[in-house]
Design a protein around this ligand. Sequence first.
Ligand code: ADP
Ligand code: MG
Length: 246
Amino acid sequence: MVEVRGARKSYGNFEVLKGIDLSVERGQIVAIIGPSGSGKSTLLRSINHLETLNAGEIWLDGVQVNQPLKGRAFERHINGVRQQMGMVFQHFNLFPHMTVRDNITKGPIVLKGMGRDEADALAAQLLAKVGLADKIDSYPSRLSGGQKQRVAIARALAMKPKVMLFDEATSALDPELVDEVNAVMKQLAAEHMTMIIVTHEMRFASEVADRVLFMDGGAVVEEGQPSTLFTAPTHERTRAFLKKYL
Ligand code: ADP
Ligand code: MG
């Protein structure tokens, strides 16, 4: 479903991604862990082309994301591709001047031409799924951080994405709000949503991921099944990193 080949990215002379390869099968859940500054966010942002790679290819379900198109043609292409990827960031970026319903329905209505009634029904259904049916008329300012993040997930799901990308979706939350967001992600996992999850929560990663990648210094140092990587890491850098968390 997602394929990253030889991804390289530099800011000036500083190479942030040093040739990343990543392959995510349909329905697979990949967790990416690693120290701050190792390039996790840059990799995720490159996958939906919020960052432009210096070299390498990104593919989504058989279509190259970073195609060598120019101008309007590329814009049309990338807008189409982005509709197929849901992204949830650390800081809830809900539209503050819109109700929860409108936050969720705007994408399907504007980008997919969905009718208002159908979009409203979809919003109600997705809010029920994330346990916020009663917040449909609320404004984001009235929600807790955990509730905002669950609305952000519902909003991303409204576009029926092929993959969901999570960049530390819970790391700005008070500890008691983390579980309610993780529970939604676990539910998506149970429904076989394809997901790439950047996280600092090792326990959550080991519970939800089929595969874990440890990144350090812009490279994938080690990857494997959670049961192996967390209990018997083979690289010294992985061991040193995990020691701080486990
Ligand atoms: P992580 O998500 O693993 O913490 P990032 O991908 O955010 O890492 O950042 C990797 C490195 O790239 C960091 O050293 C960061 O300072 C640098 N970096 C990220 N974005 C930019 C930018 N727009 N300009 C310059 N350097 C950047
Ligand atoms: Mg980051």
